[in-house]
Write a protein that binds this ligand. Structure first.
Ligand code: GDP
Length: 192
């Protein structure tokens, strides 16, 4: 996959607007502020193709990126507390509306912050992916923020809490680049 070709395709505020799936799709999901924009930029080897928001939870859109014939779907970050109930509803509808469509779900990358216990919304998301039998990988983010032994401890804890296999988990850091190649290998395996 030639990540040099990464470009922004379009942004959608409702699922009804989404174009038909014509290419393999990789969807990326996680709590707001989990590090989704930073990770995507790292995967794309681009500094700021995906806007890293200083205000978490600001993007309530589904953003499409196209990379060498593969479409990356950046789903709105969930769980941001400081928005209205109506806005939360809209985000939830966007995410579930996307997954309800007939699309080519080659891979879902579910981001979870390595530093914390699994949050209810993360459990809900992973549970949904398992129930729907969608192919997914859990990317634990911000690994550089804790030491190696704490990382190993958190991998064990989160793997158990989320009910996933160790092979489904990739430890990542957008600060150091750890795990980015591993993630790219999963993407290639799922799409090529
Ligand atoms: P998003 O809301 O999920 O798109 O998260 P962002 O990518 O905007 O990141 C949220 C905050 O976490 C920003 O201040 C980032 O600089 C920071 N951040 C994201 N990834 C990492 C990481 O791997 N390591 C460190 N140290 N900080 C990160």
């Amino acid at each position: 996959i030639n990540y040099q070709t990464a470009r922004f395709e379009a942004s959608y505020g409702t699922v009804a607007q989404l174009p038909e799936p014509a290419t393999p799709e990789v969807a990326v999901t996680g709590r707001s502020n989990v590090g989704k924009s930073s990770l995507l930029n790292r995967v794309f080897s681009r500094k700021d193709l995906v806007k890293v928001s200083s205000t978490p939870g600001k993007t309530a859109n589904i953003n499409f990126f196209s990379v060498d014939g593969i479409r990356f779907v950046d789903l709105p970050g969930y769980g941001f507390a400081k928005v209205s109930k109506a806005e939360k509803r809209r985000w939830a509808d966007l995410i579930s509306g996307y997954f309800d469509q007939e699309r080519s779900f080659n891979l879902v990358i579910a981001l979870v912050d390595i530093r914390h216990e699994a949050q209810q919304l993360d459990l809900d998301m992973i549970g949904f992916l398992q129930q729907s039998e969608l192919p997914f990988v859990v990317a634990l983010t911000k690994a550089d923020k804790i030491g190696r032994s704490k990382q190993n401890q958190q991998v064990a804890t989160l793997t158990r809490q989320l009910g996933v296999e160790r092979e489904q988990v990739v430890v990542t850091s957008s600060a150091t680049g750890e795990g980015i190649d591993g993630l790219r290998r999963r993407i290639a395996a799922a799409c090529l």
